[in-house]
Design a protein around this ligand. Structure first.
Ligand code: SF4
Length: 345
């Protein structure tokens, strides 16, 4: 099992090559792809239009990496949070959110995270490893199987820094995006980064139709570095230059995430600085009422401050909205469920 390859790590083109290397016709790859992502079978033996011989070969060479649900929490608003067993003794989180425009999944890209953002529940959990493309894709399949319905949007905002696992995330997008498989359009896929500047340039050059979100959260290097250590590596000026390059290359709007923490980054001076920083950029600001985490130093801004902050941005030419709080009655902040599970061990 250890040396077996996960069949869900292959995009359709790679799978064709695999089938050819097994001495099979490449159209078999499309049949397998359909069984995996349209029919969502869990065993090779369910792929009944493949010969018995091919099914045996596949069983010998590949695993299907079917996650098991270790824990599931359900909020009154329909948000579901899953803790999945990734089959090597580790666990990851995936969140399902229900919006009027469809069902969105927030996927994890790594087991733990190296970035150490001070407001994040993943901080303090040791980084273990990056997820493979197949493990990223499996999160979507496992949730679709659990709810018996189709997911319409994917956001890479769970545990991990997606650009620290760049190649596997790009491969997962190719699989998710394929019309013969899960068929989730690139416009319905959003990637959030804490600001790995070289990867923002690389991503811009891919010219994908996915949405790019940047976790900004502060407008001065001093404050941003105190919240996000990554800012010591790539400061705000460098970050903004990479964002401008992305916009010029793709002509796509960037979404800046700004988590409002009481008496930290939520006063009108911060709003004024933010307007200055983003003026003239093709962008949108997503204001996030910060989720209080266990032992975390930040607390949520008052509703009054959040609304005043948003209104100031909107009145000064920066489109800003407040993210609807979902799952506030469960451990909805990224890392919380896994952290609790680890604490129990
Ligand atoms: S907010 Fe994202 S990038 Fe920052 S520590 Fe948490 S998971 Fe990592």
């Amino acid at each position: 099992m250890i040396n077996m390859k996960n069949i869900k790590e292959y995009n359709l083109e790679d799978l064709k090559e695999e089938l050819i290397s097994l001495g099979e016709k490449k159209y078999r790859a499309e049949q397998i792809f359909k069984w995996l992502y349209v029919d969502k079978v869990k065993e090779f033996d369910e792929m009944t239009n493949l010969s018995l011989e091919l099914r045996e070969k596949l069983k010998k060479e590949y695993t299907m990496c079917n996650f098991k649900i270790l824990k599931k929490q359900e909020s009154a608003d329909g948000t579901k949070k899953y803790l999945f067993d990734v089959l090597d003794g580790n666990a990851i989180e995936t969140v399902l959110m229900q919006y009027h425009h469809g069902k969105t999944i927030c996927v994890s890209s790594q087991i733990g995270c190296k970035m150490g953002c001070k407001f994040c529940a993943s901080t303090g959990i040791q980084f273990v490893r990056s997820l493979t493309s197949g493990e990223i894709v499996e999160q979507i399949l496992a949730v679709e199987q659990d709810i018996g319905d189709k997911i319409s949007n994917i956001v890479f905002m769970g545990i991990g820094e997606p650009f620290d696992n760049y190649d596997n995330v790009m491969q997962a997008i190719k699989i998710i995006n394929n019309q013969k498989g899960l068929n989730i359009g690139a416009r319905h896929i959003s990637i959030s980064t804490s600001g790995l500047v070289p990867m923002i340039y690389k991503f811009a050059d891919e010219e994908l139709q996915c949405t790019l979100s940047i976790s900004l959260h502060a407008t001065t290097d001093e404050k941003r570095s105190s919240m996000m250590p990554i800012n010591n590596r790539y400061n705000i000026k460098e970050l903004m230059e990479s964002c401008k390059y992305y916009i010029s290359k793709t002509n796509k709007r960037i979404s800046f995430e700004y988590a409002l923490a009481k008496d930290n980054n939520d006063n009108l001076d911060d709003a004024k600085q933010l307007v200055k920083l983003l003026k003239g950029m093709l962008c949108h600001v997503n204001l996030i009422p910060i989720n209080k985490i266990e032992n975390g130093k930040y607390t949520k801004s008052s509703n009054e401050n959040i609304i005043r902050f948003r209104d100031y941005l909107n009145e000064n030419g920066i489109v800003a909205t407040i993210r609807r709080e979902l799952g506030s009655d469960i451990d909805a902040a990224c890392g919380q469920l896994r952290r609790k599970n680890l604490n129990k061990k």
